[in-house]
Design a protein around this ligand. Structure first.
Ligand SMILES: Nc1ncnc2c1ncn2[C@@H]1O[C@H](COP(=O)(O)OP(=O)(O)O)[C@@H](O)[C@H]1O
Ligand SMILES: Nc1ccn([C@@H]2O[C@H](COP(=O)(O)O)[C@@H](O)[C@H]2O)c(=O)n1
Length: 204
């Protein structure tokens, strides 16, 4: 089994890179886990209280559950991944069943920050895009897909996203084995990662 961690600031293109990698691989060989699924369950807070949470701080993620799930998969056991709603800003009652596969990809802004999680990765990747590029992409995505308005996106960017990026995410780049520049679509880097995975899949 090969476990790959893919980190990088919000909007850098982690999900896009993962999809590009996975699209060309056999479906039954890869399982993708998003750190976003592991935001803490905030069902006990009101919507107004959830609005004040710093979703870019490592404490906002249930790393214990994510780590235990990875260990379960590594032991050949299935897991039930939580479902997170960005609109409700909490966990939903349902879960998604995932079975272990030869390749496991874990993506999220903070996956190289937590030392215990980092230890589980065979390959650590950091996707880089400049902060202005990331902010533009984030704005477009949050307005379209996450039900936020422009004032909320910009307020959160200034008060949580940017300071947490500088304090935690950018410094975690030093743990990466591979850094993918992604100001523009980077098919060469995606091909390289895919080649590494294919080699692993061919090795008994
Ligand atoms: N290299 C790129 N050039 C332009 N737009 C991109 C690029 N990579 C991703 N995007 C777009 O930016 C937005 C955020 O990308 P996404 O992959 O969701 O980032 P992340 O998962 O890191 O937050 C999406 O709308 C995506 O289509
Ligand atoms: N309720 C929430 C929870 C998280 N976020 C933001 O998501 C970002 C991480 O996801 P990416 O897909 O962009 O990597 C993170 O920066 C949080 O601020 C949110 O907006 N609402």
């Amino acid at each position: 089994m090969l476990i790959i961690g893919i980190a990088g600031g919000t909007g850098c293109g982690k999900t896009t890179v993962v999809n590009q990698i996975v699209n060309e691989l056999p479906e039954n060989e890869v399982v993708v886990i998003s750190q976003d699924s592991y935001y803490n369950d905030l069902a006990h807070l009101t919507k107004e209280e959830r609005n004040l949470v710093n979703f870019d701080h490592p404490n906002s993620i249930d790393f214990d559950l994510l780590i235990s799930h990875l260990k379960e998969l590594r032991a050949g056991k299935p897991i039930h991944i939580p479902v997170y709603s960005f609109v409700e800003e909490t966990r939903m009652p349902e879960t998604i069943l995932k079975h272990p596969k030869n390749v496991i990809i874990v993506e999220g802004i903070l996956v190289l920050v937590n030392p215990e999680l980092r230890e589980l990765f065979d390959i650590k990747i950091f996707v880089h895009a400049d902060s202005d590029e990331r902010l533009i992409r984030r704005l477009q995505r949050d307005l379209k897909e996450r039900g936020h308005d422009i004032d909320k996106v910009l307020y959160r960017y200034q008060t949580a996203v940017k300071p947490m990026h500088n304090q935690f995410i950018e410094p975690s780049k030093e743990f990466a084995d591979i850094i993918i520049p992604n100001n523009h679509y980077n098919t060469v880097a995606v091909d390289i990662v895919r080649t590494i995975i294919n080699e692993k899949l061919l090795t008994p």
